[in-house]
Design a protein around this ligand. Structure first.
Ligand code: ADQ
Length: 489
């Protein structure tokens, strides 16, 4: 199709996620500075030219005054972003509370928080009400900006109510929902007090997507067992309406990483790191500091490896880069001190005057530093206790075409299904298993490393983030057309 001005027609895509892909810093009463934060979703959609994308979400700041809100809205419009303004109380109850304290741990098999289960149901109930209210606020902004023919793509566990809110307002809207975390076994989902409401709300979407077939299957089982609906190979049927459910494994913009390795600043990082760790094998962990990432377990496994392999002392270093997240949540603060305590103990135990076995950084690295680190690494350790997909494993593989390093990967990360054949798969809870995998990886022959890398590199290059986004949206368009045909028949 062609537009009136002769340019090719591009379908509008409204991407709705809790956070906008920008960080906003207030500079004055009516001035803001904005910085694009290139997370997975942003880089996925940056490469997609097929759609005219608009972002709808929270800017991550509290803006109580109208002047500030107007100015921020205007500044964001230049970045094709539309803000949802949430006040502090809602953020506390909806985001810190229901999203991060209840859904996040539950979906990663860490259970519901004990206090909430035992203490006043009002605590739980009020967080749930705030969650619904926040979702309605997102819906109001979508409805205001929606134009006929737009595709609305809702993201993640923060917005499980959104499909229902949108469809209640406009049945014709094309609505897709994608979950970036695992969807747990229906036996786990059953424990959630609001289990049925959430499932019904998600089922209002036309297309529901997950990273893996297992998560999709868990979701369909939850709908059949908890709601008593019928699961079909296509999805879930509810009173004649089919909600299509399928797996859409995400990828990365691999070319961006591969190209970066030729940039002068990345080459400088690589040279400096090689000099700094000369004569030692480099092992790397890059994670958000979150309990699901299994950081303490990983470091304890490394300790066990050192205990059992004296010959490797001073010949190997573990660089653990952990970006702090959700720093105001006590459990995350506890995790930080726990990790510091273990690292301190191991460095005290195995360190010498000239070398320490673990370098732990509590910060994020910029893209160029990260690429440099990935490129000089001999063994990457991704030992998440559960992880929807895990993009660090993909990024590492993309930067390893020269070195052909080894990936040790948790079998509980979605990525195990795609990179499992090339990686050494481990159960992150089994410290002996991980310590053995470290030994195997460090001693692996170059022929074996090459074979494993080739498999994974091919996968990472051919399953990109752009392809993921395009496939999801085209499947959503097709699903809606098929549903229309079915109703006409
Ligand atoms: P995350 O839990 O954030 O994402 P992940 O997929 O590994 O996990 O992505 C993390 C991103 O942050 C990567 O792009 C990585 O480079 C970056 N990052 C992490 N630590 C960093 C550091 N110290 N410095 C700089 N950058 C750092 C959620 C789900 C995942 C799912 C993604 C995408 O939990 O399972 O793969 O969404 O769907």
């Amino acid at each position: 199709r062609v537009r009136e001005d002769g340019k090719p027609f591009r379908q509008r895509l409204l991407v709705v996620a809790n956070r906008l892909p920008v960080s906003a810093i207030r500079k004055g009463e009516d001035s803001w500075s904005l910085e694009i934060s290139a997370g997975g979703l942003v880089s996925a959609l940056l490469g997609v030219n097929e759609f005219e994308t608009r972002w709808i979400g929270w800017a991550g700041v509290n803006v109580p005054d109208e002047i500030g809100q107007k100015a921020l809205t205007k500044a964001l419009a230049e970045k094709r972003c539309i803000p949802v303004f949430l006040d502090e109380e809602i953020v506390h109850q909806y985001y810190n509370g229901y999203c991060n304290n209840i859904l996040w741990p539950l979906f990663h098999y860490l259970g519901l928080p004990q206090e909430d289960r035992l203490a006043t149901t009002r605590g739980f109930q009020s967080q749930f009400q705030a969650y619904k209210k926040a979702n309605e606020m997102f819906a109001a902004v979508v409805n205001k900006h929606y134009e006929e023919g737009d595709v609305v793509w809702c993201h993640d566990y923060h917005l499980m109510f959104l499909p229902q809110c949108l469809k209640n307002h406009n049945r014709k809207m094309k609505v897709g929902w994608f979950l970036h975390t695992p969807f747990p076994s229906s036996e786990i989902h059953r424990t959630l007090p609001s289990r049925s409401d959430l499932l019904h709300a998600v089922l209002a979407a036309d297309l529901v997507g997950f990273h893996t077939y297992d998560y999709a299957r868990h979701f369909v089982s939850a709908c059949t067992r908890i709601l008593g609906l019928e699961g079909t190979p296509e999805g879930v049927e509810n009173q004649g309406k089919l909600t299509r459910v399928a797996a859409f494994p995400i990828g990365i913009d691999s070319e961006r990483f591969i190209r970066a390795l030729d940039l002068p600043q990345v080459k400088t990082h690589i040279k400096n790191l090689q000099e700094r760790f000369k004569g030692r094998k480099v092992m790397l962990g890059v994670d958000r500091l979150d309990m699901i990432k299994g950081i303490p377990q990983k470091i304890l496994a490394f300790e066990k490896f050192l205990e059992e392999n004296v010959g490797w002392h001073e010949k190997v270093v573990l660089l653990q880069i952990a970006v702090p997240t959700r720093t105001d949540v006590p459990e995350y603060q506890k995790l930080t001190s726990q990790v510091h305590e273990i690292v301190g103990r191991i460095n005290g135990r195995f360190g010498t005057l000239t070398a320490v076995p673990i370098h732990h950084l509590d910060r994020s690295l910029d893209f160029y530093e990260l690429c440099g680190l990935y490129a000089v690494t001999d063994v990457a350790l991704v030992t998440s206790l559960r992880d929807g997909m895990n993009l660090v494993s993909y990024e590492f593989v993309a930067c390893q075409d020269k070195k052909k390093g080894v990936l040790i990967l948790s079998e509980f990360a979605g990525a195990a299904q795609s990179l499992g054949a090339g990686a050494i798969l481990v159960n992150p809870w089994n410290i002996t298993d991980v310590a053995d995998a470290i030994k195997k990886a460090l001693n692996m022959s170059s022929a074996e490393r090459e074979k494993r890398h080739k498999h994974n590199f091919h996968h990472v290059k051919s399953h990109t983030a752009q392809e993921w986004a395009e496939t999801f949206v085209s499947e959503l368009n097709d699903t809606v057309v098929e549903a229309q045909l079915r109703t006409k028949q």
